[in-house]
Design a protein around this ligand. Structure first.
Ligand SMILES: Cc1cc2nc3c(=O)[nH]c(=O)nc-3n(C[C@H](O)[C@H](O)[C@H](O)COP(=O)(O)OP(=O)(O)OC[C@H]3O[C@@H](n4cnc5c(N)ncnc54)[C@H](O)[C@@H]3O)c2cc1C
Length: 378
């Protein structure tokens, strides 16, 4: 959707196929932490102003359960008004759906892509809409399907690593909330994040799959007590938990993000661990940078967009951001869940050092907000 919206300024004909119903009919209460960099993109797409009350993150508090050392990031570290914002997934999805319908892109919902084939000159797509099977051809196929169809493209395979962890997601309330503060608490079981959302917090709590199965079955009171034990007393008692859902966690990235006349973006290109809330932000940057590469094509150039040259340029442009974001999230998880005293002591020292070194805080904040482009912002 973000790519289609960015391309509305240019004279390309865009067809967007979506397996789900119209966004208004999709209710997904998941909270999303968006970086300040994503806000800038959504502002350029004219989407930001339509979101209902994004909750600003003005402090990120990072700690390691049972160990000394913590770090605090603030907007001053990055020279931005807020480190990020928490929005509702469905709010964002509805706003984008409305904008797409007001654009020149053709938007087909209930359209399930079943097969794709690409060669040097064209991409061909078969999709099912109701009882009708349709075919379409395009000069460029952009796969943003979360990664189900990509292996139908020659040369694309996924590297996967199963964290054997599950993320439990729920809205919770606490006795003494700290408005604007997001918490990232590492525990030996996995990271636990609390993101400010409405009057409470959106919880993303990761742990080994077997432990999650047990915790999901607990009654609300036992769930909250267990959460309090892991998080500590920074905000007093946990007083309320809403419906809980869970997601298995797998790191996945494509061996190549391009094929003949095809490119993968978002989770189709890489699915990351949710620690530090990077996945959606990275996918949005994919869409933005791809639109920018497409927009460089001089009008009337035959065979573009989707030429080998254009796709190679996009791939080069995205390489470091993708690799560093993957390494950043994967290393955080592995480092802080390693049950080795020396590693835990070093990670505690790392947090303490981060807290005392403004240049290190700036680097980390810029990476989280802008990806690798942020490294070059003074
Ligand atoms: C617990 C958890 C918490 C997270 N929190 C954050 C966070 O705070 N911040 C953040 O940045 N990221 C977060 N992420 C990551 C983020 O959710 C994903 O990176 C992001 O949703 C991926 O978006 P996508 O559009 O690439 O893929 P998807 O969200 O998977 O969307 C794919 C789309 O393609 C459609 N589709 C699929 N197959 C077909 C088909 N055959 N034909 C037609 N359409 C099809 C689907 O209907 C869907 O609309 C989190 C992830 C998890 C698991």
């Amino acid at each position: 959707m973000a790519l289609a919206l960015t391309l509305r300024e240019y004279e390309f004909s865009v067809l967007l196929l979506e397996a789900r119903e119209l966004p208004e009919k999709v209710d997904d209460p998941r909270p999303l932490a968006l970086s300040y960099g994503s806000r800038l993109i959504l502002q350029r797409l004219d989407i930001w102003k339509n979101l209902t009350q994004p909750a600003p993150i003005t402090t990120i508090h990072i700690s390691n359960r049972g160990h000394f050392g913590h770090a605090v990031l603030t907007p001053d570290d990055a020279g931005v008004p807020a480190l990020g914002y928490v929005v509702n997934y469905h709010d964002l999805y509805h706003s984008m759906g409305r904008a797409i319908r007001g654009s020149n892109a053709v938007y087909q919902t209930n359209a399930l892509v079943t097969a794709i084939r690409t060669d040097l000159s064209l991409a061909q797509v078969a999709y099912q809409q109701g009882s009708t099977t349709r075919q379409v051809r395009a000069r460029l196929l952009v796969l943003a399907d979360g990664g189900k169809l990509a292996e139908q493209i020659d040369g694309v395979r996924y590297h996967t690593y199963d964290y054997q962890q599950t993320a439990i997601v729920a809205n919770v309330k606490v006795e003494s909330p700290r408005p604007g503060t997001a918490f990232e608490r590492f525990t030996l079981n996995g990271p636990l994040a609390l993101l400010p959302s409405g009057e409470g917090y959106a919880l993303v709590w990761t742990m080994p799959a077997a432990a999650a199965e047990k915790i999901l079955k607990l009654d609300d009171r036992s769930f909250l007590l267990h959460l309090h034990e892991q998080f500590g007393d920074r905000m007093g008692e946990f007083t309320h938990v809403g419906p809980r859902s869970s997601f298995p966690l797998i790191l996945k990235h494509a061996s190549t993000i391009t094929g003949h006349r095809a490119v993968l973006i978002g989770n189709a290109a890489q699915a990351l661990h949710p620690v530090a809330g990077q996945g959606f932000n990275l996918g949005l940057r994919d869409a933005w940078e791809l639109a920018s590469e497409i927009s460089r094509i001089p009008s009337g150039t035959p065979g573009e967009p989707g030429s080998t040259r254009m796709l190679a340029a996009y791939s080069r442009r995205r390489q470091s951001d993708k690799r560093i974001s993957r390494l950043f999230t994967d290393s955080l998880v592995k480092l802080f869940t390693a049950d080795l005293p020396l590693v835990q002591t070093c990670s505690g020292m790392g947090l303490a050092a981060l807290d005392n070194l403004p240049p290190a805080r700036r680097l980390i904040a810029h990476q989280m907000i802008f990806g690798t482009k942020g490294w070059f912002i003074g």
